[in-house]
Design a protein around this ligand. Structure first.
Ligand code: SAM
Length: 263
């Protein structure tokens, strides 16, 4: 297994431990630890954060839900269900190909995302795509999510910023794995210029599709050029990589009057 690019510092580990402890001490304690971590994210690039931080997605998911007053949330791929359990939203729907092994990890729909979208009749404000990590599947998940997204809705797409070559190889060669979700993201960035797509610089990268045409679209990229060396050389531009602090500025200024992203 290759070494992670993320480096844990003492301060960071302490913050993480406090966050984990505070989860058992009620919402106030958790919220204050979350605020502290968010402040830290604003000034730190993901290559200074440890991989344990991957599981704080719910902090900004809950921020987005509360800021935009979203009422419906869909998570594709819930794994252990820890993120899904922490998300606060009026209507939550979970889908996973695996049945889980306890109440938290048991999805409402035990099926593939393709099968779910084929039978689903609901629309959603926020979709979190974190299922199969193969680019072709991620593209289908993005397209299907766009077709069920409410106007002014948003899509989040995990694992679009792998730190090492090994962690993005398909099929999987090590436990720390993003798959080649980045290829799906870059392809969509270069073909869906009517969408605003940015990547939060958090561990493994969280892609965000928000209403509005991209201010910095990508020119079409030939499939043959989607190689690891090219990705490393063009990472920031291809992903539209922004810090959590910058993203907050960008996302919070999305106009509620915008027609939205649904297709
Ligand atoms: C990385 S885990 C999800 C983690 C979770 N979102 C979280 O933040 O805690 C990926 C999950 O996707 C599920 N999965 C894989 N392929 C899938 C597919 N085609 N459709 C739906 N779920 C899938 C796996 O069973 C696994 O539980």
């Amino acid at each position: 297994m290759s070494t992670s690019v993320f480096v844990a510092t003492g301060q960071e580990v302490e913050l993480l431990e406090r966050f984990n402890q505070n989860q058992h001490q009620g919402r106030d304690g958790q919220a204050s630890a979350a605020r502290e971590i968010r402040e830290k994210f604003k000034t730190m690039s993901s290559n200074k954060l440890s991989p344990q931080f991957w599981n704080i997605s719910d902090i900004f998911i809950n921020d987005i839900i509360s800021h935009f007053a979203y009422t419906s949330y869909l998570e594709i791929g819930i794994g252990e269900g820890l993120n899904f359990a922490r998300v606060r939203c009026e209507t939550k729907v979970s889908v996973d190909i695996s049945p889980g092994n306890n109440p938290i990890s048991t999805p409402m729909h035990v099926m593939s995302s393709d099968d779910f979208f084929a039978m689903n009749e609901s629309n959603f404000d926020l979709v979190f795509i974190d299922g199969a990590h193969h680019s072709e599947q991620v593209i289908r998940d993005i397209e299907n999510s766009l077709s069920v997204l409410n106007s002014n809705g948003m899509i989040l797409c995990h694992d679009v910023n792998p730190g090492t070559e090994e962690m993005q190889i398909v099929p999987r060669v090590q436990s720390e794995w993003t798959g080649d979700c980045w290829k799906a993201w870059v392809r969509c960035r270069s073909t869906m210029n009517d969408l605003s797509m940015l990547t939060l610089d958090v561990p493994y990268g969280m892609g965000v599709i928000a209403p509005g045409a991209s201010p910095n679209p990508l020119d079409p990229i030939h499939e043959a050029n989607l190689t690891w060396p090219n990705f490393v050389a063009n990472r920031e531009k291809w992903l539209n990589l922004v810090s959590l602090g910058q993203a907050a500025e960008l996302l919070l200024h999305v106009s509620s009057a915008h027609p939205g992203v649904r297709r």
